[in-house]
Design a protein around this ligand. Structure first.
Ligand code: SF4
Length: 228
């Protein structure tokens, strides 16, 4: 019987999967030092930004398997939407230093909207009113970060009510199974107040950073709970 708590991978095994640039951006002078720190849990993989680029996608998958075998990162857990009981492939988390994952909206309103505006809207197909800050406006599409409703309660700011919006896309960081470009996936936006599983198509993937379009709140599969 194998003893799972015993280390079976060497520092060299970890180093072989790292980019090998020895650039020091991770805070360690060379990749082999970073490999040692990873194995001792003194550093996390996210410190090496190159690992999350498309070029190292295969290495990233192998590294995650290795780190799970070494019990350095946890095994994948099944992700289930609280509201509908559907299983998701991953949770979509915010990009580094951002408040929520990004949403791209098609507003039906003719209001003039610009970067920095706070809007109130209801996504088509969702019963919850959202508050968001506009990060970018381009050709009638707006990219936003959510700022409420929870955050809004203790903040006084003006907002424009723009009614119902179609949600066209999401962008964020994958926490869970890595898909391929073109895959139809199910995901749980980290900020979703209903914790409802969404579906969409992966149109861009760089490491764990993903853009998903063709968003749908309907998921065509039986729920895991089997009671509905
Ligand atoms: S950031 Fe990545 S490539 Fe650069 S030294 Fe650290 S592990 Fe190596």
């Amino acid at each position: 019987m194998t003893n799972k708590s015993k280390s079976t991978h060497s520092r060299r095994d970890v180093e072989k999967l790292l980019p090998g640039y020895n650039c020091g951006i991770c805070g360690y002078a060379r990749c082999d030092e970073f490999a040692g720190a990873l194995l001792k849990k003194h550093a996390t993989l996210e410190k090496c930004r190159f690992m999350f680029q498309e070029l190292f996608a295969d290495n990233l998958q192998d590294m995650e398997v290795l780190l799970k075998e070494e019990q350095i990162i946890p095994e994948d857990e099944t992700i289930i939407g609280l509201l509908d009981g559907y299983e998701a492939d991953f949770v979509l988390k915010p990009l580094p230093q951002e408040k929520s994952c990004r949403e791209v909206l098609f507003p039906f309103s003719r209001a003039e909207l610009k970067e920095g505006d706070i809007i109130r809207y209801r996504p088509l197909g969702c019963p919850i009113t959202h508050f968001a800050e506009i990060l970018e406006e381009s050709h009638g599409l707006i990219t936003v970060h959510l700022v409420g409703p929870c955050h809004r309660l203790d903040q006084a700011f003006d907002y424009q009510d723009i009614g119902v919006c179609m949600v066209g896309g999401f962008e964020g960081m994958i926490d869970g199974k890595l898909p391929a470009v073109g895959d139809t996936i199910r995901f749980l936006p980290h900020h979703c107040m209903m914790q409802k599983v969404h579906s969409g198509v992966v149109v861009q993937l760089e490491g764990k950073r993903v853009i998903i379009e063709g968003i749908d709140l309907k998921v065509w599969a039986p729920p895991i709970k089997g009671e509905r």
